[in-house]
Design a protein around this ligand. Sequence first.
Ligand code: SF4
Ligand code: SF4
Length: 430
Amino acid sequence: MTKRRFGKTVSRVGRDAGDPDVEISVAADLLSVAGIPIKEDEVSYYSREYPLESFAIEQSASAIWAEKERIKHTPDIDALYKDYQDEIAPIIEKLRKQGNVKPNGIKNTGDISGLIKDKARELGYGEVGFTRFDRRYVYSSRRNELRSDLGNAICLAYEQDYIKTQEIPGIEAEIAQGKAYQRQAELSLELSNFINELGYGAQISGPTWYFGPVIPMFVQSGLGQLGVNGQLLSPHFGSRARLQIIITDAPLTFDSPIDYGIYKFCETCQICFMRCPGKAIQAQRVWFRGVEKNKLIHKRCRPVMARYSGCGICMKVCPIQKYGMAPVMEHYLETGQVLGKGSDDLEGFFLEDKGYFKAGKVPVFDKSFFDMPNGKAEETAYGRLIENLRKTKEDDKQLVEEIWASYRDEIDNIESQKGNIVDMGMDTDS
Ligand code: SF4
Ligand code: SF4
């Protein structure tokens, strides 16, 4: 255990409105980059030439497959997702329409940033930050719905229940996640009405239905840094923060990215990489679409999520999630160690049908466990149709008809699933 040299203090507002500020002491050897390493030109290039698309649309084949697996392995989780779907669908419709609400009267010219931040904190958001709304992170299928006159982003993080999150993977944690999303939906409607009353427009991105990925804008507005697990590590809640953005034309004073020491800390920690049952998390960073990150391998993640209650072990075992950033950074400064690393308390998890895995032990799965269709469901169905037709003699009229009928059924089934929630609260394909 070696005490580290002090680097800097980051001061953040307290966890709840009215709480005193929190000081995060970052060791000198953890200081590297504010936010995340980014190549702006490449982000622009990829956004222009290869626009982003919702994962739910791009990977609809595996979403349909995952639902069948879920029904087989965890019917209670499947029932929970379906209830959530029924409850959230009308709310999403309401959130999407909120962008059309006309602002009231004259534009308020006071301290708009202060008014919005105070209101958001009073409503219960734990982290609030402002930045430019970056249109490079908008899914191509949702560009038309996005208002062109709103250029600013209000980044809002809401805390998911702490105790239930520690029970990952399991139904209690999934319920907590669903509840956090539902609460976020209510709060964002209230906040956007407040913005309208100030005289400005507001359009909501998330929960469950997003214009695009939001983490880059949270990092840009200083609300955390990207972890190896692919999640935002925010000061108070780590990756337990549930995220959404309100896009607005309200004049805001932008925040800046902050170096909390996470970029370097993750290199030392690596717990999520070691504990991921599917080996879906990569130890090494790569450059992807202009951002340096540990790219998650979805083909190894979804088969675990589908059979083990949405998994989420990468969230549960993260010390920043479990203990908060300030104590973790303090411990590192004093000892050079990662708080909780190697302890069952942090790293242990239970998988139904496989038992308890203490620190250092991980489950093993057959190769076939990861067999799963990839890409768009329509394309997979079409590929199957072509293959079946190729194998069939043209004059076998009855078989040819059956192949076409089965293709038709598959397409009908895909259509009937459009708009379904893929996993708890993940984006929908509508
Ligand atoms: S959800 Fe589970 S399988 Fe997927 S990356 Fe996280 S720990 Fe790995
Ligand atoms: S578990 Fe460790 S390596 Fe993974 S995101 Fe959290 S701090 Fe970073």
